[in-house]
Design a protein around this ligand. Structure first.
Ligand SMILES: *[C@@H]1O[C@H](CO)[C@@H](O)[C@H](O)[C@H]1NC(C)=O
Length: 342
């Protein structure tokens, strides 16, 4: 059969069906779409014969016996049912109508305050200090009389979730608050954080929709102009002081590791002559008589002590000449001992 014949075939059967049972097919897939008590009943047309069909929607509360019309003989497949009472269940029904015929009612039960979706709050974020974000939530409003959540619910809290943008899996922080303004501390400075928020109706254990994530950078180290001036002044004042300390440390290091010995001039000359210098390297014959002179090397700083000890030293030399085998035992002060033994 051609498509047209198919249509005629179905229409014939439909008419036979209607005349036999006096019934128009019911609306399909009846459902409610409700956000912030803005509620719309929606449905699909019956499977066949989509022309000239109209729909009627009625409701009644639990305490009422009669239904009231909400949408009467409309051609659209949706009806705004926001005006039904918010508290307590209502029965909503819809049917198809065709000329003087109509379908069976399709019923659904709807309790607006319990079943409506809670919309997301809007978020405003401000990075004021390093590691601190000020979060201002703007609570979702009801379309009817722009009411707030607190107008309809006893216990409303807000849940704020914060995470680092470039570590998506790691949840940083979750804050539950009854206040729409929240200061979040202890975040890392100069880091991108993302936030989202939802309202939670505690008495119904009902979570609202999450807001779209909003990302912001925390500020860096706070350099207040006054603070900066003080810091520069401190550096300028302490510079001479630290210079002195460094100079002192330098002197100590130089004294310990690089003492300034001054060899006598004639000794330097002696060492600089190659003939004498090489003598030390040559093997010595047994018969050669060895003559040693005692050389005491003094640092510049020790010179004044050396002067005081000169007398003692000459005594010591005399003693050595008289009896070279004996060990020299100095009788002077400790300064002299340490000097000679160095
Ligand atoms: C439903 O009706 C209410 C007022 O009765 C209105 O505020 C709301 O915007 C309507 N919703 C839709 C989806 O048309």
């Amino acid at each position: 059969m051609a498509p047209r014949s198919w249509q005629a075939f179905f229409l014939l059967h439909l008419l036979l069906f209607w005349s036999a049972y006096g019934m128009v097919p019911e609306p399909q897939n009846v459902h409610l779409h409700s956000v912030m008590l803005d509620s719309v009943l929606k449905w699909d047309p019956p499977d066949f014969h989509k022309e000239n069909l109209v729909y009627t929607v009625q409701y009644k509360t639990k305490f009422s016996d009669v239904f009231s019309d909400m949408c009467r003989r409309i051609v659209f497949t949706k009806c705004n049912v926001s005006n039904i009472p918010v508290y307590g269940p209502s029965t909503i029904q819809v049917r198809t109508e065709f000329e003087n015929e109509y379908s069976k009612w399709v019923n659904i039960t709807f309790t607006p305050n319990r079943q409506t979706h809670i919309g997301p709050p809007a978020i405003q974020v401000e990075a004021t200090k390093p590691g601190v974000l000020n979060v201002q939530l703007i609570e979702p409003r009801f379309t009817r009389n722009a009411g707030s959540l607190k107008d309809f619910y006893a216990s409303v809290i807000y849940r704020i979730r914060i995470w680092k943008k470039y570590r998506n899996t790691e949840q940083v922080l979750e804050v539950n608050t009854t206040d729409t303004f929240q200061v979040i501390h202890d975040l890392d400075p100069m880091t991108t954080y993302c936030l989202k928020a939802q309202a939670v109706i505690e008495e119904l254990n009902k979570d609202g929709q999450w807001s779209e994530p909003i990302c912001t950078n925390t500020t860096g180290i706070d350099l207040h102009p006054g603070l900066l001036t003080v810091a520069i002044l401190l550096v300028l004042i302490s510079f001479p002081f630290f210079s002195l300390i460094i100079f002192y440390i330098y002197r100590r290091i130089k004294y310990v590791f690089f003492p300034s010995y001054s060899l006598p001039q004639h000794f330097k000359e002696f060492l600089s002559k190659p003939s004498y210098g090489s003598q030390f390297l040559m093997p010595h014959s047994q018969e050669e008589e060895h003559v040693y002179n005692k050389i005491i090397v003094l640092s510049e700083e020790s010179k004044h002590i050396a002067n005081e000890c000169k007398k003692q030293l000459s005594n010591a030399e005399q003693q050595l000449k008289q009896s070279p085998e004996e060990n020299y035992k100095p009788k002077g002060g400790s300064d002299c001992i340490s000097l000679i033994h160095t």
